[in-house]
Design a protein around this ligand. Sequence first.
Ligand code: PEP
Ligand code: MG
Length: 527
Amino acid sequence: MPQHELTGHAAAPGIAAGVLVELAESRAAARQAGSPAEERAALEAAIAAALTDLAALAATADGDGAGMLEFQTAMLEDEALREPALEAIAAGAPADIAWAESLAAQTAEYEAAEDDYFRARASDLHDLAGRVARHLRGETEAALPPGCVVLADDLTPSRFLATNWAGGGIALRAGSKASHVAMLARARGVPMVVGLAGAKADGHTAAALDGGAGVLWLSPDPATLTRLNGVRASAAQAAADAAGLLYLPARTATGRRIATHINVADPAELDGLDPGMCDGIGLTRTELLFPASGGLPDEDRQYAVYRRIVEWAQGRPVTIRTLDAGGDKPIAGLTVDGESNPFLGLRGVRLSLSRLEIFSVQLRALARAAVHGALKIMVPMITVPAELEATRALLVQAVADLTAAGIPAVAPPLGMMVEVPAAALAPEQFDAAFYSIGSNDLTQYVTASARDIGSVASLADARNPGVLRLIAEVAAYGKRAGREVSLCGDAAGDPALTGALLTCGLESLSMAPNALPLVKAAIARHR
Ligand code: PEP
Ligand code: MG
């Protein structure tokens, strides 16, 4: 087939070329319904397929993950679960609607249960209901072949994390550079283009993409592939040139020392990394540490994870952010469904303070892990001082309770994200031990351009003078007040922005680990 070129927005740099895999549209709700017998067979087949998925997942899971999969398998095998849906099908309902309605009713019963155990299982029901529904709609979450280029509407962070992208690339019709899945793609070096509205495989079976230029080619011709190989080679050369700086402390051309920290989304990422390349961890996104479907982990499990991260850092500071669920990071059973604008809704610390039973567990686990190293707690989405003070009171209480029970714990420094304009405009209101600017959210709120809407991606630009002025003012406040101001949004990992951020007066940046060499090189060029 002749080459077809489509332009979207750059989301994660790099070149991918390979077999094209188009994922079924996630909103393909309009299924063709058949006779009751056909609908019954469709539901039974979807349940069987979901059970096969669960068996495959269980083969590699351990701990809580394995327990959750066993529970879901037992539920799905239980005839009683499907009975109401089968009755509705016999009465003429299409399988997908019958299934969705009967599972929603059963999930609501679990949610209303007196017993904590049953309430906690509601998210498992929600998860398995979604899995069967996807099979009914013909959507599949089967493993993608390595080295392929995936074309889809959008991807959730959990789907991204569950996929082996080795050599592959991602082309999304929706999505945006500032979404969490784009951030994960950059962290893992998976090339990604977003905003390819209307892109369709339409018989094309091969594709290439340039994640840095934001272009997708269907059936790329040999000249395109040769040119892309050249782009890949020169990027590799620039990376090799910068690699020599990786283990050196970052300094500008005039000798100003810039602290360079890393952002962590999944503790497993740390296994292959040497802490000597950074000054510490500037952001740990705890909402992505655990699969959403498994529910939040208990205190001991969180403690083990936080302790492992702190120990990896070998004495370097480790900033762990409390749960920032909501917005484009929904967690089933925790975040509010159906908010008209989730980015302006109950997310981050707002949600944590409304679910104290979850927040306190996290603070207890953090206070316990703080015994093992230089842990710092950072609170997301702080808008008013009362939120930081409420968090401090819970932390003090958690430490007191742990100490009274003879469990070692300390209260770590408590800092805040500066990502809500109201906080950036008046940072002096907050008694924070440190500040970290979340340029992703700050940019979307200052430019009124949602980070997950591709059509406004070019407006959601941290280079906007309004955004840079706020960053500079927060940095200047930190210098006056003698409090550390860092920046941990994606702008910190973009070498094209390094000069602008240093000109704002920042002396601490936190970024995806694989951005370190090129950002250190950009710092070294800055005067
Ligand atoms: C940010 O908003 O810049 C940030 C670092 O937080 P997140 O991207 O997780 O919302
Ligand atoms: Mg944020």
